[in-house]
Design a protein around this ligand. Structure first.
Ligand code: ADP
Ligand code: MG
Length: 483
C-alpha cells in the first residue's frame, strides 16, 4: 500500500522582551538558577499579573507578517495542571480567543517549488520553569528563571506532507521571527521548540489517520529524524494489523527513536477558564496600523526582490535572504561595490568559506561589508586580478581594519596592465625557456592550447601575480605563434 504522511506543527517561540509576560522580572538566558524568579512566577498569594505590552506588540507584528486575521478582542485563560516546574498550578494561556487568527506562511521547497501552509492561530502564553535532573542525586532541582517568560505558540493546519516540508516550514517561521526581531530563534537554547503532530493515511484517502504528538523537538535535524522514525513506526504498526493510538511521544536523539510518554487516556483535563485577573486584550485598528509601520522587509519579500530587481538566481536569492544578518551583510557589500552578482559570489564564496572554517557567525565577521565592498570595487575596475583579490581578502581577514586599497598598496598588488611592461616580461620568459619555446612551435594547435599554460604561469610568477592574465595570454600567443 502507498502511504501519505500528514504533519501539523505547534511552534513555541520565546519572545525577546526584556521582562516576563505578567511581571516586571527580567529574563536573560543563562542566569544562576532562580535569580530571575519572582513572586508572580512562584504563585504567591495576593500577587496580580500585569500584561507586558511588548509581548502584545510582538504577537501583532507576527500576525501582520503572516497576513493573519487579528481579532479586536482576545482573552487569557488558565490552563490548569500540576507539575513541579509550575508551582501556581496553572499556566496562563489563550484558547478560545487567541490574539492571532488564521494566516499563512509560504515555504520555498526548492528553486521552483513553493507551498503555502495555513496557520490555524497563534496565541500568547507564559513559559513554565525547568526541572534539573542532572546535578542532584535522587532529587530534581527546579529553576524558575524561565517561568513567566513570554511565548508565542504558532499552530499550523495539518498541511505538511513530508519531513522536508516540515523542516522548510520551521525554517520559514524561524526566518520570520528573526527578521522581525521578536525572537533570537535559538533552538539550542530553547527559544524555539516544536511539537510535531504526525499521522499517516493510505494515499487517496481523505480522512486523516490518528496522530501522535512528539513534544519539544529542538533542532531542525531532530524534527526531520523524529518524523522519519515516527512515519515508519506508524506504517509498520498498521501493516502488522495494529492501530496507532493518539498519544504524546518524545524523541530521543541518542537512540534516534520516539517513545511513548502518555496516551490520550492519561492526558490532562486542563479545565480552561477565563483568567479572572487579566482584562481582555482590545486592539484597535490604529494600534495595528502603527505596528505595521514597524515591520522590516520580510524574508519572502527580500528573496523576491533579490531575484527580480537585482537579477540574482533563485538559489543565490534564497541563500542570501535566509537570515537577516546574511541579507544585511550582502546588502551592505552591494551598497559599496554596486555589483549584485559579484557581491553574491564573494559573500557565498570566499567569505562563507572563511566563516565556516573558523565557525564564526556572519554578524562577527572580521571582514566588514565595507572592506569587502572596497575589495570587490578594485576587482571591478581592474585594479587587481582575481588571484590578487584572494590575497587581499586573506589580508583583510587577518588585519586590523585596513582597507583593501591600503593592502593593495602595501603589498604592491596593483595589476600590471601596461602593455610595455607585460611585453618585457614575456620577452624575458621566452628568452629563458628556449627548449619549451621550440616544443611549442613544433606542436599543433590543440597541443599549443595546453602548453601555453606553462608560459602564462612563468609570466605571472615574474610579475608576482600582478599581471593581467587575459593580457598575458593574448600577447604570449601572439609572440609564440609569430615565428
Ligand atoms: P490539541 O488541542 O490536542 O493540541 P489540535 O487540534 O489543536 O490538537 O491540533 C494540534 C496540531 O496537530 C495542529 O498543528 C494540527 O494541525 C495538528 N493535527 C491535527 N490533526 C492531525 C492529524 N491527523 N495528523 C497530523 N497532524 C494533525
Ligand atoms: Mg497540542
Amino acid at each position: 500500500m502507498q502511504w501519505e504522511t500528514v504533519i501539523g506543527l505547534e511552534v513555541h517561540v520565546q519572545l525577546a522582551t526584556q521582562s516576563k509576560i505578567f511581571s516586571g522580572a527580567s529574563t536573560a538566558f543563562g542566569a544562576e538558577p532562580n535569580t530571575q524568579a519572582c513572586a508572580v512566577d512562584l504563585g504567591l498569594p495576593g500577587v496580580l499579573p500585569v500584561l507586558n505590552e511588548g509581548a502584545v506588540a510582538m504577537a501583532v507584528q507576527f500576525g501582520l507578517a503572516i497576513d493573519a486575521e487579528i481579532p479586536e478582542t482576545s482573552l487569557f485563560e488558565r490552563k490548569n495542571y500540576f507539575y513541579p516546574d509550575l508551582p501556581k498550578g496553572y499556566q496562563t494561556s489563550q484558547m478560545a480567543q487567541p490574539i492571532i487568527g488564521k494566516g499563512e506562511v509560504e515555504l520555498v521547497l526548492d528553486e521552483t517549488e513553493r507551498k503555502t501552509v495555513r496557520i490555524h492561530h497563534a496565541h500568547l502564553e507564559e513559559d513554565a520553569g525547568k526541572s534539573l535532573h542532572e546535578d542532584f542525586h535522587g532529587m530534581s532541582g527546579i529553576d524558575l528563571n524561565r517561568a513567566g517568560t513570554p511565548l508565542l505558540e504558532i499552530v499550523s493546519e495539518p498541511d505538511m506532507r513530508s519531513a522536508r516540508e516540515a523542516v522548510a516550514y520551521i525554517r520559514a517561521i524561524h526566518a520570520i521571527v528573526t527578521y522581525l526581531g521578536i525572537s533570537d530563534g535559538n533552538m539550542a537554547e530553547g527559544s524555539m521548540r516544536c511539537d510535531v503532530n504526525v499521522s499517516v493515511r493510505p494515499k487517496g484517502q481523505e480522512a486523516f489517520g490518528t496522530r501522535a504528538e512528539i513534544k519539544n523537538v529542538n533542532s531542525f535535524r531532530f524534527v526531520e529524524r523524529a518524523i522519519e522514525f515516527e512515519v515508519e513506526r506508524q506504517i509498520e504498526l498498521i501493516e502488522d494489523g495494529g492501530k496507532v493510538v493518539q498519544e504524546t511521544r518524545l524523541y530521543d536523539p541518542d537512540l534516534d527513536e520516539t517513545r511513548s510518554m502518555r496516551t490520550k487516556e492519561e492526558a490532562n483535563d486542563y479545565r480552561y477558564f477565563p483568567c479572572p485577573d487579566l482584562l481582555p486584550i482590545m486592539l484597535d485598528s490604529a494600534y495595528i496600523e502603527h505596528q505595521r509601520t514597524t515591520l522590516p522587509e520580510l524574508p519572502t519579500e527580500k528573496r523576491n526582490r533579490f531575484e527580480s530587481d537585482l537579477g540574482l538566481s533563485a538559489y543565490d536569492a534564497g541563500v542570501l535572504s535566509a537570515t537577516r544578518p546574511t541579507a544585511e551583510y550582502f546588502e551592505a557589500v552591494l551598497a559599496v561595490c554596486g555589483d549584485a552578482k559579484q557581491a553574491a559570489n564573494w559573500v557565498q564564496g570566499e567569505l562563507s568559506a572563511h566563516l565556516n572554517r573558523e565557525n564564526i557567525d556572519i554578524k562577527n565577521s572580521p571582514v566588514t561589508p565595507e572592506q569587502l565592498g572596497g575589495l570587490i570595487s578594485r576587482v571591478l575596475d581592474d585594479t587587481i586580478n582575481g588571484k590578487a583579490a584572494k590575497q587581499v581578502f586573506a589580508a583583510l581577514w587577518n588585519n586590523d581594519g585596513q582597507s583593501a586599497d591600503e593592502i593593495i598598496d602595501a603589498q604592491g598588488l596593483k595589476q600590471v596592465t601596461d602593455t610595455g611592461a607585460i611585453e618585457a616580461m614575456i620577452d624575458q620568459v621566452i628568452a629563458d625557456n628556449p627548449v619549451q619555446v621550440a616544443q611549442y612551435r613544433e606542436a599543433d594547435e590543440a597541443k599549443r592550447g595546453k602548453m601555453i599554460g606553462f608560459f602564462v604561469g612563468q609570466v605571472m610568477k615574474a610579475s608576482r601575480g600582478t599581471a593581467n592574465p587575459q593580457q598575458v595570454n593574448g600577447v604570449l600567443k601572439q609572440k609564440l605563434d609569430e615565428a
